[in-house]
Design a protein around this ligand. Structure first.
Ligand SMILES: C[S@@+](CC[C@H](N)C(=O)[O-])C[C@H]1O[C@@H](n2cnc3c(N)ncnc32)[C@H](O)[C@@H]1O
Length: 211
């Protein structure tokens, strides 16, 4: 983003406010405010809920989700990067690549049962080549959706990040087949220049079309 310059000559980015706010409130990442907004807006969680968090490092989402589900709930976070322990009894994490062969089986072995909410903040390392970045983001979002369908309870919710691109509409259409309602959200804490949005699927349908 080309920022305007303050009188001190430093680029002025209005939303860097969230970076400072995250530091001040003890959150590991500004993204904590994004999931906080989404969970609040759609009343996605209650005490005792089970959540799967994909692309969870360094743990900003985990901090918010752990608080929202309370001591009787459970949050399982997955990332290719190791997540420094949060010191919360209701959070477990694993270092796994969601795109690797055998991922589903490994995950199942670590955490069984169905989830009330599957969230994905998975993001590729960006190359700066728009088509490549969008395609990688879509591949991650599709993987997250597949997991939400296989591991989410009927009636459960799904939240995924996606870089806006040409495949946005077909992806939204596939969510609409699986969820009764689908929302597109650009949380307040999103950086001004970012191309990312979050899709929110509400109330997973009990019967899904095969394939
Ligand atoms: C935007 S960051 C997530 C921030 C996190 N939600 C938080 O609040 O701290 C995106 C994450 O996706 C992870 N990621 C990217 N590709 C992945 C893959 N194939 N499997 C697992 N994690 C992946 C990255 O390592 C990175 O930590």
């Amino acid at each position: 983003m080309v920022g305007t310059r303050s009188s001190m000559g430093k680029p002025y980015r209005p939303k860097d406010h969230y970076f400072r706010k995250a530091k001040a409130e003890g959150f590991r990442a500004r993204s904590a405010f994004k999931i906080e907004e989404i969970v609040r807006r759609f009343s996605l969680l209650r005490s005792g809920a089970r959540v799967l968090d994909l692309g969870a490092a360094p743990g900003g989402f985990l901090q918010v989700l752990s608080e929202a589900v309370g001591p009787k709930g459970e949050v399982f976070g997955v990332d290719v990067a190791a997540i420094r322990p949060l010191g919360r009894a209701n959070v477990r994490t694993a270092v796994l690549d969601v795109l690797a062969e055998g991922f589903d089986e490994r995950l199942e072995a670590l955490v069984g049962g169905a989830f009330d909410l599957v969230v994905s903040d998975l993001a590729p390392k960006t190359t700066g080549i728009r088509g490549t970045d969008e395609a990688r983001s879509l591949a991650l979002a599709e993987t997250a959706l597949r997991l939400a369908l296989s591991r989410g309870k009927p009636g459960s919710a799904f939240v995924t990040k996606l870089f806006m691109g040409g495949d946005f509409e077909p992806f939204r259409a596939s969510l609409r087949e699986a969820y009764e309602e689908v929302k597109v959200v650009r949380p307040e804490a999103t950086r001004g220049a970012s191309v990312e949005v979050y899709l929110v699927g509400l109330r997973r349908r009990a019967s899904l079309r095969a394939g």
